[in-house]
Design a protein around this ligand. Structure first.
Ligand code: KIV
Ligand code: ZN
Length: 385
């Protein structure tokens, strides 16, 4: 079974999410939670971006033990030198250099030809390699880059010393089968590809970030870049909790897994949501409030008989305490009797029927019937007779 490296970029790409900025103390709290989650790499920030970002990378680098700490840099000497300066205290530092390669970025943003891109990429990786052995190179907008040119750039970056080559779908444009094919082609055509780990970094503009990352893993990617709750630029990045649980739950299919300590997923999701103010939608996979909640009578009855009827993961695996059988108008007698039992009442026969009728009338008027409502219904019926 392959181990997939989890590279978390909540503190860098996640923080680029409009409205998600964090102060130094908050970044350190998130960094410690990422260590407890056992992520392999923490991208702590973009040191040249601002004095605050530099300070944050420096502080995270000094504090974190047990995970690699990474700083981002464009392919120019100033950025790379600043990133290295910020990473000084790190136990296991990584410099991540990036340069756009797609025709659109070459023509409109960088105004550079293909040759210049290759020489800039090589210069950047070489400079970073002079500082540290662990170097990641990203051809930004790789998913929209001509495949022959992408192969050339990747080969040159590896020859210059990149130990990880990251393939970003910067604007979330790729489709899973197509993105998987990009990874397969790199493995087939780049002669030195085995000298580096292939990583992917997918954005979620079309809601494909997790699917594209999984397609890449199926085709040989060994690292996935992601963020807690999927926060990030625009529609966000690949969500860490989703990719991790997809690999864990379907490790039979992928023949791959991660080292993530999954019971920490819900606590870190709540921490990041609380700090950034970016709420997690109720039906969000894995960490949403409804992810392990069941309301329909048929589902609740199945769950009470055998949880695997309607759950493919156990709530405890991701950090919830238990399955939530929500009592509402779709619920059945079995769930009501079960909740009554939890609350200390034994209901059966006519008494159960009677309370159930009253419960259904109340449930038609309310979205959710709470424990206090159930107790009131039962007490009214058991004490009045
Ligand atoms: O989306 C992107 O291309 C990036 C790079 C810096 C890796 O965030
Ligand atoms: Zn990104």
């Amino acid at each position: 079974m392959r181990n997939i490296t989890i590279f978390d970029t909540t503190l860098r790409d996640g923080e680029q999410s409009p409205g998600a900025s964090m102060n130094l103390a908050e970044k350190l709290e998130v960094a410690q939670a990422l260590v407890d989650l056992k992520v392999d790499v923490i991208e702590a920030g973009f040191p040249i971006a601002s004095p605050g970002d530099f300070e944050a990378v420096q502080a995270v680098a000094k504090m974190v033990r047990g995970a690699q700490v990474c700083g981002l840099a464009r392919c120019n000497p100033k950025d790379i030198d600043r990133a290295w300066e910020a990473l000084q205290g790190a136990e296991n530092p990584r410099i991540h250099v990036f340069l756009a390669t797609s025709a659109i970025h070459r023509e409109f943003k960088l105004k550079m030809g293909k040759e210049e891109i290759i020489s800039r990429a090589v210069e950047g990786v070489t400079r970073a390699k002079g500082y540290c052995s662990n170097i990641e190179f990203s051809p930004e907008d790789a998913a929209r880059t001509e495949i022959d040119f992408l192969c050339e750039v990747v080969e040159a970056a590896i020859t210059a010393g990149a130990t990880t080559v990251n393939i970003p779908d910067t604007v979330g444009y790729a489709m899973p089968a197509q993105f998987g094919q990009v990874i397969r082609t790199l493995r087939e055509r780049v002669p030195n590809i085995d000298d580096a780990v292939i990583s992917v970094h997918c954005h979620n503009d079309l809601g494909m970030a997790v699917a594209n990352s999984l397609a890449a893993v199926e085709n040989g990617a060994g690292q996935v870049e992601c963020t807690i709750n999927g926060i990030g630029e625009r529609a966000g990045n690949c969500s860490l909790e989703e990719i991790v649980m997809a690999l864990r739950t379907r490790s039979d299919y992928f023949d791959a897994n991660t080292r993530i300590h999954t019971p920490r997923l819900v606590p870190i999701s709540r921490l990041v949501s609380g700090i950034t103010g970016m709420e997690v939608q109720r039906n969000k996979a894995i960490v949403g409030r409804n992810a392990f909640a069941h309301e329909s009578g048929i589902h609740q009855d199945g769950m009470l008989k055998e949880p695997t009827t309607y759950e493919i993961m156990r709530p405890e695996e991701v950090g919830f305490t238990k399955t939530d059988l929500v009592l509402g108008k779709h619920s059945g007698r079995a769930a009501l009797a079960d909740r009554a039992k939890e609350l200390g009442f034994h209901l059966e026969g006519d008494q159960l029927n009677d309370v159930f009728d009253a419960f259904k009338k109340l449930a038609d008027k309310k979205k959710e019937v709470y424990d206090a409502d159930i107790v009131a219904l039962i007490e009214k019926r058991t004490t009045s007779g």
